[in-house]
Design a protein around this ligand. Structure first.
Ligand SMILES: C[S@@+](CC[C@H](N)C(=O)[O-])C[C@H]1O[C@@H](n2cnc3c(N)ncnc32)[C@H](O)[C@@H]1O
Length: 454
């Protein structure tokens, strides 16, 4: 069986788990009557493929428009009469890089079909669609440069942590969940005898770069260092040591709805993922159990920094171990070590992280967890009434007040003038109005001055 045939056998519908039929670059679930396209040859296996495409197009538009705003701001700063020569040089370099970066992003992400979507910057700000605000197109942008340019020591340290967790036992079919810019999946494939490595992420920018460099192409993108040591933007050539041998595949999908058949892998790797997923760790244990065949191993590494709103769900290592045992895992081996993290030579900012890694062997199947639903039906289908619960009621009231405050900005009124109007409208008492308006405008002022960070 070729590696492409093995991949075909591993894939399943993210909506109903049935096998998929392939026709060219499109896969189809006959039962759900849904076609799953490919984007730049990468299977696009989101449960709602068109909605996901729309969301990522929206994110890309938003990023491009924000970039253009940043560029205009730099251009405006360059127009000032009195600038030091060094300041002018820095701003010119930044303005050029920001413009060029927009062009490069647009070209790289053209396979998303960008022209099919256009809305104003403000509309994106207001709508903030489903992808969590902290998981945008450029959230893990620095990983691209670490993975494929300057991160040799970090990439080696990550691979060593993974190799130690494997304890000399190479899997046949490995899945890397939340693979990001793809270096660890690439190294696993290049530096071991694994037959199939599937690297899944939901971020098309990361996956497109990873796929291109793993095929042996060079990609040029700017790095914008957090604390520049020299230039504010550095054009990097991203490249893999060599094109990957057959059997390394990238897949665009949601880790909550992994589009794979039950028990298809003998290793699932989760690098820096488990604590950023909004689902509870116990649910993730059950999902990973279902992806592994008997005796397969879950190889995890990264931090344990759970953010669940429920403090009881922010597990420490002992609680993770107990959850693993409850969800069908045994022979759990844990390691902790320090590694360098995102130490760009172009930046004065760098981190060291104490990572936890474990290897846990699947001992038994457990009860299947329900399919993940990111959104309720009244949003997805759009046919049911929007529920008017307490949270929505108070958000709606707050938004009306905000809209009223914004509508008073006319370039003439002062905070004191506006406070009077707020009191007349009986929205606040005279004592509350002025301090509340001042806090409101401080936030708006800060937001309007916040720069973009890549
Ligand atoms: C902290 S980064 C780690 C990236 C990579 N594993 C590494 O070590 O460099 C987390 C990754 O998980 C991806 N991710 C987050 N939520 C996801 C989801 N629901 N489905 C798929 N990927 C997800 C992000 O796009 C990002 O690439």
């Amino acid at each position: 069986m070729t590696t492409a045939e093995t991949l075909r056998e591993l894939l399943a519908c993210p909506r109903c788990d049935a096998p998929l039929a392939s026709s060219g670059a499109t896969r189809r679930c006959g039962g759900c009557e849904v076609d799953f396209p490919s984007v730049a040859q990468i299977p696009w296996l989101f449960a709602e493929p068109n909605a996901a495409l729309g969301e990522w197009r929206g994110r890309l538009h938003f990023s491009l428009q924000r970039l253009e705003r940043d560029r205009q701001r730099v251009a405006a700063a360059l127009g000032a009469a009195q600038l030091r020569a060094t300041t002018r040089a820095r701003l010119e370099s930044l303005e050029h890089a920001t413009r060029d970066h927009g062009v490069r992003l647009r070209t790289l992400l053209a396979p998303l079909g960008l022209e099919q979507h256009s809305a104003a910057y403000e509309t994106y700000l207001a709508l903030r669609t489903r992808l969590p605000a902290d998981q945008g197109l450029t959230t893990y942008y620095s990983n691209i440069h670490r993975d494929w340019c300057w991160g040799g020591a970090e990439n080696d340290a990550s691979f060593e942590a993974l190799a130690d967790a494997m304890q000399g036992e190479t899997p046949n079919r490995a899945l890397v969940l939340g693979a990001g810019a793809g270096r660890l999946a690439y190294d696993l494939h290049a530096r071991t005898t694994v037959n199939i490595t599937v690297a899944l992420d939901f971020n098309p920018l990361l996956a497109l770069v990873a796929d291109a460099v793993a095929r042996g192409r060079n990609v040029e993108l700017y790095e914008f260092p957090i604390a520049p040591r020299g230039e504010p933007a550095v054009l990097r050539t991203l490249a893999a040591p060599a094109a990957a041998r057959p059997g390394l595949f990238f897949v665009l999908a949601d880790a909550h709805r992994p589009p794979f058949r039950h028990g298809g892998f003998d290793a699932v790797v989760t690098p820096w993922l488990i604590d950023i997923l909004p689902e509870r760790f116990d649910v993730l244990c059950a999902r990973i159990n279902a992806l592994l065949g008997d005796g397969g191993r879950w190889l995890n590494f990264g931090s344990l920094s759970f953010h669940d709103p429920d403090p009881a769900a922010r597990y420490g290592l002992d609680e993770c171990r107990a959850a693993l045992e409850e969800h069908g895992f045994a022979d759990i081996r844990v390691d902790e070590r320090d590694i360098p993290y995102l130490s760009s030579p172009a930046s004065r900012h760098a981190r060291r992280e104490r990572i936890v890694s474990w290897s846990a062997r699947k001992q038994r199947d457990i009860k299947k967890v329900p399919r993940h639903h990111a959104l309720p039906e009244w949003i997805v289908r759009g046919a049911d009434a929007v529920p008017l619960d307490d949270a929505f009621r108070s958000q709606a009231a707050a938004t009306r007040i905000q809209a009223f405050l914004m509508s008073m900005i006319d370039g003439r009124r002062s905070i004191k003038d506006m406070a009077k109007l707020v009191v007349e409208q009986r929205l606040m008492t005279a004592e509350e109005a002025e301090p509340a308006l001042r806090s409101f405008f401080i936030k708006m002022y800060d937001d309007s001055r916040r720069g973009t960070s890549y």
